[in-house]
Design a protein around this ligand. Structure first.
Ligand code: S3P
Length: 186
């Protein structure tokens, strides 16, 4: 069965995009790309450095340009992992919907918190403890806040697959099943 040229993995940090993505790409014998890695390569800077030196808006512009560039590569079947904020922007969603399929990797909040524990490389997840809060509680509050804001956008994806308490191969199987089912219904 013909799968869409571009499969975009969306969802919050820690939901498994960069683990599931390469596995899905190799199962489908296509290229895997991660927009954060492309942006870092293009600028020669870590994502956190871009946020610190140029701000989030500049990063979002780069992200949109990278998505546009990938979509322009119409002949190359790809699996694309997007940063956790990319699908919030309408312009990005429209481009993605036009050129392929968005797969939302949904993950329970407590699992996201557990997976991201000890990782300090996501500038938007840096949280300063308030009052008697521990650093872990502040991080959990921040993740909860961002998830509440973003869930409505993530849920606009055509395909949703849970990655909670699942192994990457299980997630890959379900993504393929659901995309095939979506294609069959077209
Ligand atoms: C971001 C998530 C990060 C990265 C940047 C912004 C976000 O990617 O794009 O730090 O807005 O949630 P991951 O989702 O791969 O962590």
């Amino acid at each position: 069965m013909d799968l869409p040229q571009k499969i975009f993995l969306i969802g919050f940090s820690g939901c498994g995009k960069s683990t599931v993505g390469p596995l899905l790409a190799s199962r489908l014998e296509r290229v895997f790309v991660d927009t954060d890695i492309l942006i870092a390569g293009m600028t020669g800077k870590e994502i956190s450095q871009i946020f610190a030196e140029e701000g989030e808006d500049a990063f979002r512009e780069m992200e949109t340009e990278v998505i546009r560039g990938l979509i322009g590569q119409t002949e190359i079947p790809q699996v694309v992992a997007l940063g956790g904020g990319a699908f919030v922007r309408e312009e990005n969603r429209e481009m993605i919907e036009r050129s392929g399929v968005a797969v939302y990797l949904e993950c329970a909040q407590d699992e996201i918190i557990r997976r991201l524990k000890g990782h300090s490389d996501r500038p938007l997840l840096v949280a300063t403890p308030k009052g008697n809060e521990t650093a872990a509680q502040a991080a959990a509050r921040r993740i909860n806040h961002l998830l509440e804001q973003r869930r409505p956008f993530y849920r606009l994806a055509e395909v949703t697959v849970s990655s909670t308490r699942r192994t990457p191969p299980q997630v890959v199987d379900e993504i393929i099943r659901k995309i095939e089912r979506r294609n069959a219904a077209d």
